[in-house]
Design a protein around this ligand. Structure first.
Ligand code: ADP
Length: 633
């Protein structure tokens, strides 16, 4: 049959227009697309040969071969897969069978020529991507089990030709006649075998069939020889059976794949079958990346579809609080060409993500239960992420519920990590709430004057020493039915009878000393919001508390570090009425609220409370002088 010229279907033409007018900035994807098609064609033949072995005609060595010719400016991609008949070439290559094509092109039309790459990316152009880099494409194909072959040729401009030809073995060979900008240039040289080798390793390493190329090397006698090498590793670790994979193999894989220096802490390898099929290979790295909590950290998983690499750093699977997780997802239920935008809306991605999240949390809970040391190592490195997760999901009870049992804080009981459940388990019967305290370290917290009475009552306190701890606790507010109460807040009180009695006595005293307390406040000035008496101190004279809803002293520090000096804690100076200093204070007050001695005394009381909190008094020199005066009396 002579050469036959056919028109592309209107939609194909339109699509080709878009491709040729180079909508893709990522030129190299053509190789991935064509290799993926070749691999699919072999898959099909392999599948059909299961019931019709004769189709293989004795050639069972499936392979993809890639060849370049600098002079002719060509790349060819050959496979010994199923091949196509003339009719199939017309229907597969000349038309677009994919559903949604029309709607897609309509959408592009609606965008009035403003074609953005994201939009295009939603629709895979597959074979047509060859035209991104080619001025002419030839496809020679021979269907398995048949003798005749056909050659398809097109410049991508509205029509293509078909002619019968010779091909001595089954399968498809695609010859790309490259546009000159893709040959020999600095940026692109797709006729350079090493460039192609790298692209194959990058995008198609895990294709199940060998991708072979010829490389020119020298033999012992310095003579040039051609060596055929398989470029891809062919072995997607994650598709192998879990039981057959050695720990070292996983470790090597992660180091290689995710550029880690150290072995991961934990590896999760999950396979799901059924309505949604996927394999995920995830890990918790040994250490948190130095920029893990900074804007320039790029979280996300690698995405594969049928072992073909689609994209890196896909953020849509896991919630932000699992940003430290590295790994990949491979699912045949995701299309090869999927834009980042489309991924966000993909129901499959959401479902896979939810399942992965659930699984990771389950595994973490398991580690916490079975291997405390390991969990604490994890927690020290990545606990902050989970705490940020609680805080960032302030209004999401489900997330908070999922995370609450994974949280740990240092307890004043033994300076060790404890979970909220363990804390509650140890609570004395009379204790109704969970107590926590903010401070720079567990040591400073255990030395706080408020701690004395708590220790007497056998009550331990959770130390909130990481700035994010307090934000997380505030978001949580409760653990199961137990309120969480800060001992640095004005509303702090204990629930046992003795404490309640002491509290009501102090309230009485407070009433009878209202004038004194007001004058103390006036003497100290605007820095404090209130002065009052407390039943919460034993041997300590004073402490600082902060008013209910507002920021705490620690939050004030955090905000100040973030250049927000306006978030101020409302400071309350609390005085122990049973302390000797209170009697002295009352005595000095009797001499007159304007006396220098009374004012100095008030200042020193406040300075003490500040120092206990690790805060430098503003008038530190004055305070030092006042102390010196007192000492020399
Ligand atoms: P997709 O692969 O997503 O279906 P393509 O445009 O890449 O879209 O390919 C269209 C069709 O052409 C394929 O579905 C397949 O039937 C056929 N095809 C493409 N490449 C080959 C090949 N190397 N061997 C056999 N058939 C092929």
């Amino acid at each position: 049959m002579s050469v036959e010229t056919l028109e592309f279907q209107a939609e194909t033409k339109r699509l080709l227009d878009l491709v040729i007018n180079s909508i893709y900035t990522n030129k190299e994807i053509f190789l991935r697309e064509l290799i993926s098609n070749a691999s699919d064609a072999i898959d099909k033949l392999h599948f059909e040969s299961l019931t019709n072995h004769d189709l293989l005609g004795g050639d069972e060595n499936f392979e993809i071969f890639i060849d370049t010719d600098k002079n002719a400016k060509t790349i060819s991609i050959s496979d010994n897969g199923i091949g196509m008949t003339r009719g199939e070439v017309i229907s597969n290559i000349g038309t677009i069978a994919k559903s949604g094509t029309k709607a897609f092109l309509e959408k592009i039309r609606e965008s009035e020529g403003k074609i953005d790459e994201e939009l295009i990316g939603q629709f895979g152009v597959g074979f047509y991507s060859a035209f991104i880099v080619s001025e002419k494409v030839e496809l020679i194909t021979r269907k398995a089990g048949e003798n005749s072959a056909v050659k398809w040729t097109s410049e991508g401009l509205g029509e293509y030709t078909l002619e019968d030809c010779e091909k001595d073995s089954r399968g498809t060979k695609i010859i790309l006649h490259l546009k000159s900008e893709f040959v020999g240039g600095e940026e692109f040289d797709f006729t350079n075998n090493y460039v192609l080798e790298n692209l194959i390793k990058k995008y198609s390493d895990y294709i199940r069939y060998p991708i072979k190329m010829n490389f020119t090397t020298k033999d012992k006698d310095d003579k040039e020889i051609i060596e055929t090498r398989t470029v891809n590793s062919m072995q997607p670790l994650w598709v192998r059976n879990k039981n057959e994979i050695k720990p070292e193999e996983y470790e090597e894989f992660f180091k290689h794949q995710f550029h880690e220096w150290e072995n991961p802490q934990e590896i999760f390898h999950t396979k799901a079958e059924g309505t949604l099929e996927y394999t995920a290979l995830l890990c918790i790295p040994k250490r948190a990346a130095t920029n893990l909590y900074f804007a320039d950290y790029e979280a996300g998983l690698q995405l594969y579809s049928r072992h073909v690499f689609i994209m890196d750093k896909c953020k849509d699977f896991l919630p932000d609080y699992l940003r430290f997780i590295k790994g990949l997802v491979d699912s045949p239920d995701l299309p090869l060409n999927i834009s980042r935008e489309l991924l966000q809306q993909s129901r499959e991605v959401k479902k896979i993500g939810k399942a992965l999240e659930k699984n990771i949390l389950k595994q973490l809970a398991k580690i916490l239960k079975n291997d405390r040391e390991k969990y604490e190592t994890f927690w020290s490195e990545f606990g902050k992420s989970l705490k940020i997760g609680v805080y960032n999901n302030l209004y999401d009870e489900k997330v908070k519920d999922d995370l609450k049992d994974l949280l740990m804080f240092i307890s004043t009981k033994d300076d060790k990590f404890t979970t909220l459940a363990e804390y509650v388990e140890r609570m004395p019967e009379s204790q109704k709430k969970i107590y926590c305290a903010m401070g720079n370290s567990a040591e400073t917290i255990s030395q706080m004057p408020q701690m004395e009475i708590l220790r007497d009552r056998g009550i331990e306190v959770l130390c909130l020493i990481d700035p994010v701890d307090e934000f997380a606790i505030n978001a949580l507010q409760k653990y199961n039915d137990k309120d969480i109460q800060s001992i640095n807040r004005e509303d702090f009180e204990l629930d046992d009878e003795e404490s309640k009695k002491a509290k009501s006595e102090v309230e009485e005293l407070q009433k009878s000393h209202e004038e004194l307390l007001k004058d103390v406040k006036d003497a100290i000035g605007d820095e404090i919001f209130q002065v009052r008496l407390t039943s919460g101190l034993k041997s300590g004279a004073v402490c600082l508390a902060t008013a209910g809803g507002g920021p705490s002293l620690n939050m004030e520090k955090t905000f100040a570090a973030m250049n927000n000096p306006f978030m101020k804690a409302l400071r309350i100076l609390e005085i122990n009425p049973n302390h000797e200093l209170f009697k002295k204070l009352s005595g000095l007050h009797a001499l007159g609220k304007d006396s220098a001695d009374f004012k100095n005394f008030c200042n020193l009381l406040y300075a003490q409370a500040l120092l206990i909190e690790g805060i430098m008094p503003k008038n530190s020199v004055e305070v030092a002088n006042q102390i010196a005066n007192l000492m020399s009396k």
